[in-house]
Design a protein. Structure first.
Length: 252
């Protein structure tokens, strides 16, 4: 797709979404919003609303796909959305309650956040994810703040994520490694690596919106080889994983 065609498509979807009742802003996120996309990358949009928002209004657009109810994706800050097809292209839509987003922005500036489970995210998400979206996404309709990474969050978030990684590894050692449970150990190491990745990037003051490139950015991509070796030497590979994760979080 040529650049002007992509821009026309981005604006077309923004028009559709901004016309939904309650919508105050629309932003393009993901790799498309940052200009780092591949030709086959999907289109990620956030619809920011104030007060009531009815997913039936999105369904009424008649676009093929699946539209969730509010709160169906866990009930936290990531409170639902849709997987749609628009003109043959995959479009993801995320619901964003402006009252919630503004609250999390205020909390982040005080160095406070909470952890939430979310499907498809190994380590779950921090509630400041919606603040990261404000900082990184491209606003196509309406107005949204563009926050810098708060210093207090940069101080506090790494401590939380480091401690989480340590607890995950401690449990894995006692519950799985000593019993030779390879799958459970590998899964735990994957979670701990993601937690460590969050710690590393938070210490740098770098926003994270998903886990797709988290290990690369945190210098932990080498964990692939470690996990691959667990079937041959579980105890040794686990020790190496702990050392790599400890080195990564200790360097920040």
């Amino acid at each position: 797709m040529r650049e002007n065609d992509e821009e026309t498509f981005a604006e077309h979807v923004a028009d559709l979404l901004s016309g939904l009742p309650g919508a105050e802003a629309v932003a393009l996120g993901g790799s498309r919003g940052r200009g780092t996309h591949r030709p086959d990358s999907d289109w990620d949009y956030a619809v920011y609303y104030r007060g009531a928002f009815d997913p039936d209004d999105l369904r009424a657009l008649g676009l093929p796909g699946t539209v969730s109810e509010l709160g169906e994706w866990g009930g936290g800050v990531f409170n639902g959305g849709a997987w749609l097809t628009v003109q043959g292209r995959p479009v993801d839509v995320h619901y964003r309650d402006l009252d919630v987003v503004e609250h999390e922005l205020a909390e982040a500036r005080k160095g406070r956040f909470r952890w939430e489970p979310l499907a498809f995210h190994l380590a779950g998400i921090p509630s400041y994810l919606v603040v990261a979206e404000l900082a990184l996404n491209r606003v196509l309709r309406g107005e949204l703040p563009r926050p810098e990474y708060p210093e207090l969050l940069r101080e506090n978030a790494p401590k939380f994520w480091r401690a989480s990684a340590e607890r995950t590894l401690e449990y894995a050692k006692s519950a799985h490694v000593r019993h030779g449970r390879v799958v459970e150990t590998a899964a735990s190491v994957g979670v701990a690596a993601m937690q460590a990745g969050h710690a590393v990037l938070a210490a740098r003051g770098e926003w994270v919106t998903n886990e797709k490139t988290l290990l690369e950015r945190a210098g932990l991509r080498g964990m692939d080889d470690v996990v691959a070796g667990m079937g041959h030497d579980l105890v040794g590979a686990f020790a190496t994983a702990c050392a790599l994760i400890g080195q990564a979080v200790g360097a920040e």
